[in-house]
Design a protein around this ligand. Structure first.
Ligand code: AHR
Length: 490
């Protein structure tokens, strides 16, 4: 019997809903085909956006969406993507698959997408190959209300009123695809670029500095030392790579050892976030600056026969566990981690949605986001689960993983994952000094490699969870192997 102790009276910080954010890049079939099919497509759409995809995204309450990249962001020149579509520049997406980018999805289309989903836009500007003027004018174009060249241009393109844009990233991976810079150089560039990212009217831009690649703690240290007073947040990218960059393994055809390796790598997120936060604490003890994990998720070899530059991968129960673990980790670090963006929303890496022509499939990762949505803007509460180490050969992981929150109506959400592929566990849940009136639960469980396909879209889907008993001190339940459970306690 493992003890799960929850103390709803020991309230911590608010779990920002933006931890449940997403990322969409001009990469493969994410934007084109996955989200945007154009007004004339036979696929049902509203102003070019797929209705099936938008409706599915509304259901999981996507709070914020990052665009246009990724590496694409530091090659993107926003003026190419405005004005009459037939006049927009056609070019090669040199970074991702060498396909034609016709710029038919640009700023206006992205804002329309966010409006349809009901989420906040998070725009990533170009530092690597762009100019200060270009970035400054983009912000003016989107947010200035009055007489100005960019406001005039926006009106000529059919949009008189400015948009509200809060989240703005100053470059992406500037240590790599965004210019191969050293942190000292980037930090100075950051200070310069952000100076001209202006607040117009009552629009307040929340400036996000490009952060580190996984365990590059020196990057965080240097950028914080030089530029902390000029930023609202700094980012972090950490992908779960089971083997190596050269051999990332199959998304679906994996053995038990690879299950353990993958979850072991994903659990490292906790240590990585903790160590970056320790560095941030040196320069920002008041916790003003947020850590934003704006790219995370699994990265496997592409599906056989697909363009290697499109990063299209399937999604199994293993991905569901990766999502559950990472979201639990972010919840527990919500005092600093105030946004996270899984990579990427549709058809790329650890996607919540896959499409093929007019067909759409919801992945196991989608279902986890749906089961966790009650954590959005709830308050983290003190919780602890007794775990034991389970291992495959030399790779060790804990058997269980959890996080808990309470919402403004006093409803408690408990999310627990069982990382074992074989064993179920009995859990003795203690909820300190709390009268329980009602409990309901949802479970996602299946074989480790189970996944949804266009022919069989419902192999992995959530079901009602009833295998619990309310006791005098809390709730006892049994969690089956390879599963994620969400409990609502009222
Ligand atoms: O998500 C795919 C790529 O991964 C992004 O473009 C880049 O930022 C990261 O290296």
């Amino acid at each position: 019997m493992s003890k799960l102790v929850i103390n709803p009276h020991n309230k911590k910080d608010r779990i920002s809903k933006n931890i449940y954010g997403h990322f969409s890049e001009h990469l493969g079939r994410c934007i084109y085909q996955g989200i945007y099919v154009g007004e004339n497509s036979p696929i049902p759409n509203t102003n070019g956006m797929r209705n099936d995809v938008v409706n599915a995204l509304k259901e999981i309450k996507v709070p914020v969406l990052r665009w246009p990249g990724g590496c694409f962001a530091d090659e993107y020149h926003w003026k190419d993507g405005i004005g009459p579509k037939e006049k927009r520049k056609k070019m090669i997406n040199t970074h991702w698959g060498g396909v034609v980018e016709d710029n038919s999805f640009g700023t206006h289309e992205f804002m329309e997408l966010c409006e349809q989903i009901g989420c906040e836009p998070y725009i990533n500007g170009n530092v690597g190959s762009g100019t200060v003027q270009e970035m400054s004018e983009w912000v003016e174009y989107m947010t200035f209300d009055g007489v100005s060249p960019m406001a005039q241009l926006r009106a000529e393109n059919g949009r008189k009123a400015p948009w509200k844009v809060k989240y703005f990233g100053i470059g992406n991976e500037n240590w790599g695809c965004g210019g191969n810079m050293r942190p000292e150089f980037y930090a100075d560039l950051y200070r310069r670029f952000q100076t001209y990212v202006r607040n117009y009217g009552d629009n307040r831009v929340y400036k996000i500095a490009c952060g580190a690649n996984s365990e590059d703690y020196n990057w965080t240290d240097v950028v914080m030392k030089i530029a902390a007073p000029f930023m609202d947040a700094i980012s972090l990218h950490y992908y779960t790579i089971t083997h190596t960059w050269q051999n990332k393994g199959s998304a679906t055809g994996f053995n038990e050892h690879e299950w353990y390796l993958c979850l072991n790598k994903t659990l490292k997120m906790d240590e990585i976030v903790t160590r970056h936060i320790e560095i941030m604490d040196k320069y920002d003890p008041e916790h003003r600056i947020a850590l934003i994990v704006d790219e995370w998720g699994t990265w496997f070899d592409v599906e056989p026969g697909t363009n290697p530059g499109f990063l299209y991968q399937q999604n199994t129960m293993r991905d569901a566990l990766v999502a559950a673990i990472n979201l639990n980790i972010f919840n527990k670090h919500c005092d600093r981690v105030r946004m996270a963006n899984i990579a990427q929303m549709v058809n790329v890496l650890q996607s919540v949605i896959l499409t093929e022509g007019e067909k759409m499939v919801l992945t196991p990762t989608y279902h986890v986001f749906n089961m966790y949505k009650a954590h959005q803007d709830a308050t983290l509460i003190d919780s602890y689960i007794e775990t034991k180490e389970i291992a495959h050969e030399d790779v060790k992981i804990p058997n269980l993983h959890e996080s808990c929150s309470i919402d403004e109506n006093g409803r408690i959400t408990v999310t627990v994952a069982n990382l074992s592929t074989k064993d179920s566990y009995d859990i003795d849940g203690i909820i300190v000094d709390t009268k329980i009136n009602k409990v309901s639960g949802t479970i996602l469980t299946n074989e480790m490699g189970a996944h949804n396909t266009f022919d069989k879209p419902d192999v992995v889907k959530p079901a009602q969870f009833k295998d619990f008993k309310v006791t005098e001190k809390g709730i006892d339940f049994k969690i089956p192997p390879c599963s994620v459970i969400s409990l609502t306690i009222e």
